[in-house]
Design a protein around this ligand. Structure first.
Ligand code: ATP
Ligand code: MG
Ligand code: MG
Length: 587
């Protein structure tokens, strides 16, 4: 894994990395930051543009309260100091998709600064143990919690879009995006590897979604990240050099770009070349960063206070006039916020302590399944099925949807209600454990979110066969068709049963419960029963005592086998085989 490779470089090598992020978050508001145009995705180009968005003379900005409130929510979530007075300023640069020639931002006087954010490191525990860099210091069962300081959060707006028309060799401008609200979150360079970087961004993304700051669409559209990376010799202090990799659009790109930069800079330092201050971009096809411009060539932004906007005032409960409706009250926002995902997880460990361990939670987080798990638990409304839901999520669902994007699609296709219904039916033995993967795959392909479980079971005939007579017939048929396995059973019962089990599963599409297959097959395989009877006719050998200790009473043979099955099925098939083997070995 690339991320682990980076951690290894750092732990074993002569260098350490410093990484700081500038994260642009697209705010989920109805209208733009400084004008009344819609901020929703548009059908037609240039259809959501006011005179201000076109920078027509005489048009004035006015601040959208919803953008400010979203910014304050982020500042609270990131434990920032909220500055009651901040200023907007113009950052000048010329680019065709920004007709005003400047962006309104808050680079020097932001509304929030000096925050601190905690995040869990997302790595499998065995990998973590193998690494010398990260250790479970306090509690072997706890997460590794890292922290990153937040330098500031500023309000600003987005640019328009340039559309390059290669056929007619011209560039067209769409101003629909121009002016939509953003916050830029700037971190201190406290991150030390791509693994930490990705873990930080995933936790941040979770918080932003939970606090309704951005849309639930992952990093792909709601967040854009600039990663600043610098590598230093272990015995030196940072000299201020940094390479800025602009505009990373996915968790994977961030991870790969950081790893590439660390390796590139390591080679430079190892050959005694200095690290240039530069801006680079990440080529997603070649998987490498590419030089854009040197820092000395950076544009002079000629910052100046925005003359058309007053200073931005924020209030709290201690201020006079705080009840005025047009004021944004920080304390009011604080009171309205739900628990952070971090605190929520602590609560899960307590609430579901009967079956949920820290390792499970970690795995759910790593797979980005934590919110889906939460929604399923709400639907199940019954903790005793929680362990089954968890087991299915971390086995079948994990193999169908193994990353954030896939699990989001899965959650859309298989609603938490449908999934909870599947778990309830599994428990009632209306469907089998064996058919679950197929069923979930079918549901995942479904694009009609109103479909019920019954409609899938009816369409694909996936109901479990529970009728004893029918089962008996099916097993007999399989035994008839597989005389070799009957012979094999005498010498190698485990393999023979496995083969028979596999054959019947294939033939009836996993519609028979495992324990019923074993029970019915075993009862039909008389030689074994014979052995079993003989085994039980002698008494008091140490082996027999051990068997008795497991709760195997002296019974009529068939009843005895049923009892073994009952004992064994609770513990899984392997234990059942062990029991059979013991009987055979004893004979
Ligand atoms: N030595 C360093 N190594 C890596 N990152 C660093 C280092 N020093 C600072 N940084 C990071 O660089 C980023 C600086 O961002 P900031 O927005 O303040 O300036 P900028 O990149 O010059 O501005 P712009 O918004 O125009 O890109 C921060 O995320 C900070 O953590
Ligand atoms: Mg920058
Ligand atoms: Mg910046």
């Amino acid at each position: 894994m690339a991320a682990t490779a980076a951690a290894t470089i750092l732990s074993s090598g002569r260098f350490y990395a410093l990484i700081g992020f500038e994260i642009h978050v697209k705010l989920a508001t109805n209208s733009k930051m400084f004008s009344a145009s819609s901020a929703a995705p548009a059908q037609k180009t240039n259809s959501q543009v006011t005179p201000f968005d076109m920078a027509l003379p005489g048009s004035l900005p006015y601040l959208n309260r919803a953008c400010l409130e979203a910014g304050v929510r982020a500042a609270v979530g990131l434990n920032c100091q909220i500055n009651k007075i901040s200023h907007f300023e113009r950052k000048h640069y010329f680019y065709p998709d920004s007709p005003s020639g400047y962006q309104i931002t808050q680079q020097r006087y932001p509304f929030a600064s000096d925050g601190l954010f905690h995040y869990p490191l997302l790595v499998k525990k065995d990998k973590l143990k193998a690494s010398t860099k990260y250790k479970f210091v306090d509690n072997p069962n706890s997460f590794v919690i890292k922290q990153c300081r937040i330098e500031r959060i500023q309000l600003e707006h987005d640019t328009g879009r340039s559309i390059h028309d290669e056929y007619q060799n011209r560039t067209l401008i769409d101003l629909n995006r121009f002016g939509t609200g953003l916050i830029e979150i700037v971190t201190k360079p406290d991150i030390q590897s791509s693994l930490e970087g990705e873990s930080f961004l995933r936790e941040l993304n979770r918080l932003l979604i939970k606090y309704n700051i951005c849309e639930q669409s992952g990093l792909e559209t709601a967040l854009r990240v600039d990663a600043n990376v610098s590598l230093h010799r272990k015995d030196t202090t940072p000299d201020g050099s940094r390479v800025e990799v602009k505009n990373l659009g996915s968790f994977m790109d961030v991870r790969q770009a950081i790893d590439f930069e660390i390796k590139r800079q390591e080679q430079l330092l190892a050959n005694n070349y200095p690290i240039q201050k530069e801006t680079r971009t990440y080529d997603t096809n070649k998987h490498q960063t590419v030089h854009l411009r040197r820092k000395e060539d950076q544009i002079d932004y000629r910052f100046m206070i925005e003359p058309n906007l007053p200073p931005l005032f924020l209030y709290d409960d201690n201020d006079k006039n705080v009840n005025r409706k047009d004021f944004v009250n920080i304390d009011h926002i604080k009171r309205s916020l739900p628990m952070t995902p971090f605190d929520e997880r602590k609560q899960y460990l307590d609430k579901y302590k009967d079956f949920l361990t820290v390792e499970h939670l970690h795995e759910l987080l790593r797979l980005d399944m934590i919110d889906y798990f939460r929604d399923v638990m709400i639907q199940l409304d019954n903790n005793h099925l929680g362990h089954i839901a968890l087991e299915v999520l971390l086995s079948d669902v994990k193999s169908i949807s193994y990353d954030g994007r896939k699990i989001r699609k899965f959650a859309q296709a298989v609603s938490p209600t449908l999934f909870a219904d599947i778990i309830k039916n599994l428990e009632k033995r209306i469907i089998t454990r064996f058919s679950l993967y197929t069923l979930l795959t079918l549901c995942n392909k479904n694009r009609d979110s109103t479909r019920t479980l019954k409609s899938f079971l009816d369409e694909h005939n996936m109901y479990a066969i529970n009728d004893e007579n029918e089962l008996e017939k099916l097993c007999l048929k399989i035994l008839e068709e597989n005389p070799k396995q009957i012979d094999r059973y005498k010498t190698n019962p485990k393999k023979a049963l496995e083969q028979l089990h596999s054959n019947i599963c294939k033939k009836h599409h996993g519609r028979i419960h495992d324990d019923l297959i074993f029970e019915t097959m075993t009862i039909r395989l008389n030689p074994f029963l014979h052995l079993f009877r003989r085994c039980h006719s002698t008494t008091s050998t140490p082996h027999q005592q051990a068997m008795m200790a497991r709760g195997l009473p002296k019974r009529a043979p068939i009843e005895g086998v049923r009892h073994i099955i009952a004992v064994g099925s609770g513990k899984g098939i392997c234990n059942l085989f062990d029991l059979f083997n013991e009987v055979i070995l004893y004979e």
